[in-house]
Design a protein around this ligand. Structure first.
Ligand code: AHM
Ligand code: MG
Length: 346
């Protein structure tokens, strides 16, 4: 079988965009390089002094891990070196980072990212990931990137993807023409096409949600969870519960096997926990490109939400189309004040 490396693939795909000049190609391949550098650090994290916490706090006030900071630096450096990206927004930085040099001011893209998602899993050898969304800047070229370049709806993404540092390391991305996955072959140090044209099953048997928050969930979510647990041979229930606590890893599994991931609003977090710009939007773009859907649980498509601030959060329902629609139905038929008849089988 012919091996197709990530770089070969993105160069070949450039032909899909007749007016493309190779800028996005270069940007994606620099992301691939940073992914390899971070992967090396993740792999030997237990051996060197890179685990643990440092006394600094990120944009949302959480304590940063050393590996978060390391990954942030590596991705920023790679994006800057590509010359195609004029600024980044990262979970690890309070404000946008605008690169300021003649070379990068001409870059026509900005990148929003969570350099190391699933921070609570870093120290315990459980899968973590990097998530990124690429937007075309709206401010004029030749100047520093501005906030307005980042506050764009998810529908404006030109590319998005993630790297999962799991039992193997993979990069999965889309440029709006389907979703493709590449597995890092450590013997040659290259990402190789392993999952072409990924299609998410329309339905599945896996539900992923932090059930520890059950009491704080909206009634619709509580009822949906009970629905998942009911016995019904026709619809393969009870479903299987799987929750890693790394969005990338939970989504990756559901993408391949079929399933639903929910991080809803709760009483204490009325907007949920996940960040719209660099967690929900890229994952939603991938989900849609693979045939799935992503909503806020209130019938709003994630990709249509107009962001108002950099670290804005959104409730997130993502996964196999039929499962997300079913969960939406439970949400629409119940309100937190009144119990209503729950919908039955799809
Ligand atoms: P992080 O970016 O600080 O790691 O937080 C995001 C993570 C997601 O990867 C994961 O799905 C979720 O937070 C888990 O949150 P919880 O522990 O509340 O279930
Ligand atoms: Mg993080």
């Amino acid at each position: 079988m012919r091996i197709i490396t990530l770089n070969e693939f993105i160069i070949e795909r450039q032909a899909d965009f007749p007016y493309a000049k190779g800028e996005l190609t270069r940007l994606l391949s620099h992301i691939g390089i940073a992914a390899k550098v971070v992967n090396r650090a993740v792999n030997k994290a237990g051996l060197v002094d890179i685990l643990g916490e440092i006394q600094e706090f990120n944009s949302t006030g959480e304590q940063q891990k050393k590996l978060d900071v390391f990954a942030n630096e590596k991705f920023i450096n790679a994006l800057m070196a590509s010359g195609e990206c004029c600024g980044i927004a990262s979970e690890e930085n309070d404000s946008i980072v605008s690169f300021d040099s003649d070379l990068v001011n001409d870059g026509k893209y900005v990148v929003a990212m969570d350099p190391l998602d699933g921070s609570s899993n870093i120290d315990v050898n459980v899968s973590i990931g990097t998530v990124f969304a690429i937007y075309r800047r709206v401010s004029p070229k030749g100047h520093k990137a501005l906030m307005e370049d980042f506050l764009q709806e998810g529908t404006k993404q030109v590319a998005a993807g993630y790297i999962i540092y799991g039992s193997s390391t993979m990069m999965v991305y889309t440029t709006g023409r389907g979703v493709n996955g590449f597995t890092l072959d450590p013997s040659i140090g290259e990402f190789c096409l392993s999952h072409p044209n990924i299609e998410m099953p329309q339905s599945g048997i896996i539900y992923s949600i932090n059930e520890g928050n059950y009491l704080k969930f909206p009634l619709g979510v509580k009822k949906y969870i009970k629905y998942c647990q009911e016995i019904d041979k026709q619809t393969n229930r009870p479903y299987t519960f799987r929750y890693i606590g790394s969005l990338v890893a939970d989504f990756h599994r559901n993408l391949l096997k079929g399933g639903i991931y929910i991080y809803p609003e709760t009483a204490s977090n009325p907007k949920g926990k996940l960040r719209l710009l660099y967690e929900c939007n890229p994952i939603a773009f991938l989900a849609e490109q693979a045939g799935g859907i992503a909503t806020d649980g209130r019938a709003n498509r994630i990709l249509d939400i107009k962001p108002e601030s950099l670290h804005q959060k959104a409730p997130f329902f993502v996964g196999s189309r039929r499962m997300v629609m079913q969960a939406e139905e439970f949400m629409s038929l119940t309100s937190d004040k009144r119990e209503a008849e729950a919908p039955r089988n799809t």
